[in-house]
Design a protein around this ligand. Structure first.
Ligand code: PA5
Length: 452
């Protein structure tokens, strides 16, 4: 169950000397990671260890929901939606929702992250609210999209179900801040708490991700065990023994060499939404105007998601021959959970007959190797992270690895990887436009905006 990381692309890649030259910076960044962790500023690093009681509560709740609900809908956005979607897609059947109930074992699963009215209306065409549990997830308890979705559901349930509506809503939110916890307490909704110090995009291993995963039958204890394993590995100061630090340093070196685009390319359909989850983690954490000294540095790297082999036939041409502005992270899988053999047919057509007898696992790995090779030959930076298999343990490892890597790069860049002022600006403008009390000044500011 150990994940392997390797670095390919030596012509334009980095050597031990490049890394050793950063020794002072790495040591300082490690010191800062330790200091922040000790001061409670990285509470997400403790999630694999300090949730024994809440895990039992989640498992109990999940069992109850599985006994009667036909659908489980997450109402949330950003860090309150991308993790649940990524983990469910990675660890359950790729057509989970289409499986017959007895094979699924749990309710169908939906994440209603957008407020496109067509999307919301469409969901209500295929679910029966009387047989559905809605998990409203919002750390702030005030995000317009999530709270609007909640209000629609709340009203609908009260009209359709009457007195028993509260059993259809579960709130996952902060213990004290925001409206959602107040509503949960007043209305008697079940509630799970996102611990203080666990920001949205670092919250997948809190009840944010654990409840939806458990409802869909995923082994959440194993998920946390994988994360705990990785967390211990990544507490080491030595960059050559700490996989998150090593990945972080290589990404940092790539940034310094002008690689402004970071592509994540899983060679597994199950990890497709992991690239979405990672895009948020990377973009929101590192995309910052100023450093911790208040100097303008315009940090960050634009995340791009791609899927192997699908995007070999759309994006890879650009990656191999386009501008030297990208670094590619491949997510590979050693053993696919299913195997399909290509039959030995069409033997009189040598141009395709050679495929017969090989497995699709062999084909997809060959394609991955071939793409890595094409990049290397063209001197393009790329990493490969290989999961021995996609299972709860390795997915837990991967989440913790990428979160620590991101926080560590934040320290190397000397920025705050845990705030998101750019996102807040947009949220506040939305509140002002729709008339939230207290946002009058923001409304005036918007009205004074120059004409397009
Ligand atoms: O990472 C973040 O903090 C954000 O992307 C949030 O997750 C997102 O804006 C949703 O916020 P909330 O959970 O408060 O509704």
């Amino acid at each position: 169950n150990h994940m392997m990381t390797e670095f390919v692309g030596q012509e334009e890649g980095f050597t031990r000397e490049h890394i050793e030259a950063l020794a002072g910076k790495i040591q300082a960044a490690h010191g800062s990671m330790v200091e922040k962790s000790n001061a409670g500023g990285m509470a997400w690093r403790q999630l694999p260890f300090n949730q024994a009681t809440v895990v039992e509560e989640i498992l109990q709740k999940a069992e109850e929901i599985r006994s009667w609900a036909e659908a489980f809908v997450v109402l949330g956005i950003g860090g309150s939606a991308l993790g649940p979607l990524a983990v469910q897609t990675a660890l359950n059947h790729l057509h989970y929702n289409e499986l017959p109930g007895e094979k699924r074992g749990g309710p169908r699963f939906y994440v209603l992250d957008n407020v496109d009215p067509e999307r919301v209306a469409a969901l209500f065409d295929i679910i029966d609210p009387a047989q559905t549990v809605f998990n409203v997830i919002s750390k702030s308890g005030s995000t317009a999209e999530t709270m609007a979705q909640f209000m629609i559901v709340y009203d609908l349930l009260r009209q359709r179900i009457g007195a028993d509506y509260a059993k259809h809503i579960i709130a996952t939110t902060d213990a004290v801040k925001g409206n959602l916890i107040k509503l949960a307490q007043e209305e008697g909704f079940s509630a799970f708490i996102i611990p203080a110090g666990v920001g949205g995009r670092y919250s997948e291993l809190s009840p944010v991700g654990l409840l939806p995963a458990a409802v869909c039958g995923i082994d959440i204890k194993e998920l946390l065990a994988g994360a705990a394993y990785m967390e211990r590995l990544c507490q080491q100061a030595d960059v050559f023994r700490n996989p998150a630090y090593m990945l972080g340093v290589l990404q940092y070196l790539a940034m310094r060499r002008g690689k402004n685009i970071s592509v994540m390319m899983p060679y597994a359909e199950g990890l497709k939404y992991f690239a979405d989850w990672y895009a948020q983690l990377w973009a929101e954490s590192l995309g910052k105007r100023t450093n911790n000294q208040g100097e303008e540095i315009f940090a960050g790297q634009t995340p791009v998601k791609a899927l192997g082999t699908t995007d070999q036939h759309s994006q890879v041409q650009l990656y191999v021959e386009g501008p030297f502005d990208k670094v590619v992270t491949f997510l590979g899988v050693e053993n696919y959970r299913q195997e399909v053999t290509i039959p030995r047919v069409c033997q009189d057509l040598p141009g395709i007959a050679f495929l017969g007898g090989h497995t699709l696992g062999e084909l997809i790995k060959a394609e991955q190797f071939a793409t890595e090779y094409a990049l290397m030959k063209a001197q393009r930076l790329n990493f490969t992270i290989t999961l021995p298999e996609i299972n709860p343990f390795t997915v837990g490892q991967l989440i913790q690895l990428l979160e620590i890597q991101t926080a560590f790069v934040g320290e190397l860049l000397d920025i705050n990887a845990f705030d998101q002022p750019g996102v807040e600006e947009g949220k506040n403008a939305t509140y002002a436009l729709l008339g939230r009390p207290g946002y009058e000044a923001k409304k005036q500011e918007l009205a004074a905006r120059p004409e397009k």
